[in-house]
Design a protein around this ligand. Structure first.
Ligand code: AMP
Ligand code: MG
Length: 363
């Protein structure tokens, strides 16, 4: 066995089960110690699992980029344990930002603010702004508070893969790359936080999430939509969507958008087409009334129309299809077209088909 060099990560990734309502003190103390001295620890939040490092420790943060194979220019979210800590890391915090965090923190809302100098460039990718969030998860808060430093943490998946919503997902992606995973059960929300750029006026919604634009507007008035968010794939009959691929399973995901009847007809047509090509097919459905007649070697998952349940299960289901070795996932669009689920599905898609029965399915 090769000798381990100083600074190398222990190849044995430890998974420790932690009580999500009343985290064991020793587990939190050990994890916090590891973070303070520059290690990385995966931990549960209410959105998805995070891959955490001491947010003031440049070389620790760099380990996150390596473990995730994340592009260096994609900045991280800094997680804090108290609302008032925003002023330690941000400057010129606007009244609108303060209102938002009063209402939504702790919770699945990330605010982009002007950063203070002490924040290493490794966190912000060299930007003058910083993403900040206070998570609503007892384990995450205990860990951040005990470590005494802000925790820089992106989602704990390999870049481009669906975000992890259980410790097992993190283990699959991060085994041998990180020291410790705190297992706090399944993430409640299942989708990453809503991101609002509060460094500009009016604020701009950069990423939709459980907290909706409407909810944010009720607190701060008009909020602009980031154009990149929707990247107008919906307006094109067919798009490779490759440039924006993200949250993506290994299988090729084909998203079908349209009226419910057209979606079903189109998916059945695609099912026949890919069966003929001997592909192993998975179907991701949302409409409860849509019954697909799948064969033994095909995988059907219907997540239903309840937004909370479908959100919680979305990434887990994409990973499930990969575990089942499907080649193609035929995905129905979620019935609420502006829901965050649709944003994630569009980014996960290799192809988007707008079904239109009038002219026949646009295959
Ligand atoms: P993740 O936690 O993996 O969802 O990644 C963090 C997300 O926050 C990424 O989509 C980043 O692009 C975004 N983000 C982090 N910092 C900033 C910033 N200063 N400005 C805009 N977006 C940011
Ligand atoms: Mg991520």
């Amino acid at each position: 066995m090769g000798k381990q060099k100083k600074g190398d990560i222990d190849k044995n990734t430890q998974v420790i089960r932690v009580n999500r309502m009343n985290p064991e003190r020793d587990h939190i103390i050990n994890a916090a110690r590891l973070l303070r001295k520059g290690g990385i620890v995966a931990f549960p939040t209410e959105t998805v699992y995070g891959l955490g490092a001491n947010g003031l420790h440049e070389s620790a943060i760099k380990k996150i980029y390596i473990a995730k194979k994340r592009p260096r220019d994609n900045p991280l979210i800094l997680h804090i344990g108290y609302k008032k800590d925003i002023d330690l890391y941000a400057r010129n915090v606007s009244a609108a930002t303060k209102k938002l965090i009063r209402v939504f923190w702790p919770g699945p809302l990330t605010v982009i603010v002007k950063k203070r100098k002490k924040i290493p460039d490794a966190v912000t990718g060299g930007l003058d702004t910083l993403a900040l969030r206070m998570p609503d998860n007892i384990i995450a808060l205990a860990l951040i508070r005990k470590s005494g430093v802000p925790i820089a943490a992106p989602s704990a998946n390999v870049s481009g893969k669906p975000s992890p919503t259980t410790a097992a997902h993190v283990y699959n992606d991060m085994y041998g790359k990180i020291e410790l995973i705190l297992d706090g059960g399944r993430a409640d929300v299942g989708l990453e936080s809503t991101i609002v750029d509060c460094s500009v006026d009016p604020p701009v919604l950069l990423r939709p999430g459980k907290i909706t634009r409407r909810q944010i507007e009720q607190v701060v008035g008009v909020v602009k939509n980031d154009v990149m968010n929707n990247h107008s794939l919906i307006h094109k009959p067919k798009s490779p969507g490759l440039k924006y691929r993200h949250y993506a399973p290994d299988a090729r995901l084909i998203l079908v958008e349209s009226e419910p009847y057209d979606i079903k007809t189109t998916i059945n047509a695609l099912l026949r087409q890919y069966r003929a090509q001997k592909k192993r097919i998975g179907i991701l459905a949302f409409f409860p009334g849509h019954k697909y007649h799948v064969r033994k070697n095909e995988v059907l998952v219907n997540l239903g129309m309840n937004t909370y349940r479908a959100s919680r299960k979305l990434f887990e289901t994409l990973r499930f299809f990969d575990a089942q070795n499907v080649d193609i996932i035929l995905a129905e669009s979620f019935p609420l077209s502006d829901h965050a689920i649709m944003n994630r599905l569009r980014k996960a898609a290799s192809e988007i088909i707008i079904a239109n029965n009038k002219d026949g399915p646009s295959l």
